[in-house]
Design a protein around this ligand. Structure first.
Ligand code: GTP
Ligand code: MG
Length: 192
């Protein structure tokens, strides 16, 4: 995919602020700090477009990015960050679920998991929710540069057992590994 333009459009804290366009959307979701914003930047080859940080729980809203004036990337709030209040956690879950459940132009859900750890119970819950609700989805195992080939292979095998019926693409925002494969999948779902 040739990226002609990639622009941050807005942060939405409630449904009223979701973008008001009928363009297709690709959503990125996963636990806090798993590398959602880094993945978006690496796909778009735009350093710093989506804000990344070492402090988990930075992205607490839904961020919309317009690509080539023809589709949106949607950065959803991360889940599973223990150090925030229960109420805040519930809010995030509600925000993300409301979006996922009720967005006709949502073409693909990209679920991120950390290749260094087995999928968490929340990762599994989300995956089951996507399958149950028939959302087109695939998984990306992030930070693959941090593992040896052998450990990565083991980790992918474990992830495949936990996330059944889900394609898993190993990815590294640092080296660009998996970038072409993920774009191929994104293009496929945009063409459907
Ligand atoms: P929240 O918005 O807080 O939910 O986090 P996020 O999922 O957007 O994660 P973010 O992209 O901010 O990345 C979190 C940390 O992981 C940062 O320190 C990144 O530099 C690092 N990171 C992300 N992707 C990779 C990767 O592929 N390789 C390596 N080595 N580090 C990565
Ligand atoms: Mg983020």
């Amino acid at each position: 995919m040739k990226i002609v333009s990639a622009d941050f459009i807005k942060s939405a804290y409630s449904r009223a602020h979701w973008v008001d366009a009928a363009l297709p959307e690709i959503a990125f979701l996963g636990r806090s700090n798993v590398g959602k914003s880094s993945l978006i930047n690496s796909l778009l080859l735009r350093r710093g477009l989506a804000r990344t940080s070492n402090t988990p729980g930075r992205t607490q809203c839904i961020n919309f990015f317009l690509i080539n004036d023809s589709f949106y990337f949607v950065d959803l709030p991360g889940y599973g960050y223990a150090k925030v209040s229960k109420a805040m956690r519930a809010d995030w879950g509600k925000m993300a679920e409301e979006y996922l459940a009720d967005r006709p132009q949502l073409d693909l859900c990209v679920q991120l998991i950390d290749s260094r750890h087995p999928p968490t119970p929340l990762d599994q819950q989300l995956n089951e929710w996507l399958i149950h609700n028939r959302k087109p989805h695939l998984a990306v195992a992030t930070k693959s540069d941090k593992l040896s080939n052998n450990d990565l292979r083991k980790s992918l095998n474990a992830a495949r057992k936990a996330l059944v019926a889900t394609t898993i693409i190993p990815y590294s925002a640092q080296t660009g590994r998996g970038r072409d494969e993920l774009w191929t999948e994104i293009k496929k779902s945009l063409n459907n």
